[in-house]
Ligand binder design. Structure first.
Ligand SMILES: [Zn+2]
Length: 289
């Protein structure tokens, strides 16, 4: 448990399937709860609950487009900290791994988000970065200042070639970035290189929980052209109106990639905390260097 969150950890697809078989009522009930809530939450509204990051009762704000059901992962923003359900899970797991008073050096692969702002506020030694064309710098800098009230210099990092020295970070939080990195194995190796021994990686990506092998949706050819192997999928990005292409939907083999990169352990974790507005399917990967 972390706060009110029941966190189930799995080291392999086999272990997950065993748990599904042994506790099918529990997993089915949780899945149904989320499904029914999604269907019930049309338009917009408030879901009452408790935010353990804010340590107080709150309301989780949600909205959905016309005719659409609510996205329980990207919505349910806490009234007070403003974090979505996905971001609250990431912040809660970071808090569990490196408490805010631990003086941990924390790196986030984002700098223009409510999650970054939250971590910056509560941890003392925090670095965030974005990946952008130089021509977009002024626009992103303005977004960070105007939308988030963050008056600080935008930092550029390529996750496949980080500027940090070896073994200098205590934790890395990377949310929905790796699927946009063609050479994600290089990023995994970089995360392993820059984390201290015992350092923690908190990671979210699109995850196929029934599938061992990562699905390659697109790849970069030798001449730099992109070849689409699946229907192109672009993820919404407040910094890029066209969205960003997803090269992958990951399978359980991402755990093996991380272990082969130097992580001592890696697990896919399934949090569940309806009182905290955290429902089924919010897979988050935790790895220890
Ligand atoms: Zn909150």
């Amino acid at each position: 448990m972390t706060g009110l969150i029941d966190l189930v950890r799995f080291s392999s697809l086999g272990a997950y399937k065993d748990a599904l078989a042994e506790r099918s009522e529990v997993f089915t009930a949780r899945w149904l709860w989320g499904e029914h809530l999604e269907a019930a939450c049309r338009h917009s509204g408030l879901y009452p609950g408790y935010c353990s990051l804010c340590a107080k009762p709150t309301e989780f704000r949600f909205s959905a487009g016309p005719g659409q059901s609510v996205n329980l992962r990207e919505e349910l923003h806490c009234r007070d900290c403003g974090l979505s359900a996905r971001a609250r899970v990431a912040a809660s797991l970071l808090k569990m791994a490196c408490p805010p008073d631990s003086a941990a050096k924390v790196y986030l692969t984002e700098q223009t988000t409510a999650l970054y702002r939250h971590v910056r506020r509560h941890w003392s030694d925090v670095i965030g970065s974005e990946y952008f064309e130089e021509s977009a710098r002024d626009r992103i800098q303005a977004f960070m200042r105007d939308s988030l009230g963050l008056d600080e210099r935008l930092r550029f990092e390529d996750v496949t070639a980080l500027s940090f020295a070896d073994q200098t970070l205590d934790a890395i939080v990377s949310c929905d970035v790796l699927e946009h990195v063609p050479d994600y194995r290089a990023a995994a190796a970089e995360f392993a290189r820059v984390l201290k021994s015992g350092g923690q990686l908190v990671l979210t990506v699109p995850f196929l929980d029934q599938t061992q092998s990562t699905l390659t949706r697109a790849r970069v050819l030798a001449d730099g052209q992109i070849e689409h192997l699946e229907e192109p999928e672009y993820h919404g990005d407040p910094l890029d109106p066209e969205g960003v292409l997803a090269f992958y939907h990951f399978g359980w083999d991402l755990l093996e990639t991380l272990r082969a990169s130097g992580f001592e352990s890696a697990q896919w974790c399934l949090p569940w905390a309806p009182a905290e507005g955290i429902f089924s399917g919010q897979w988050t990967l935790l790895a220890t260097r």
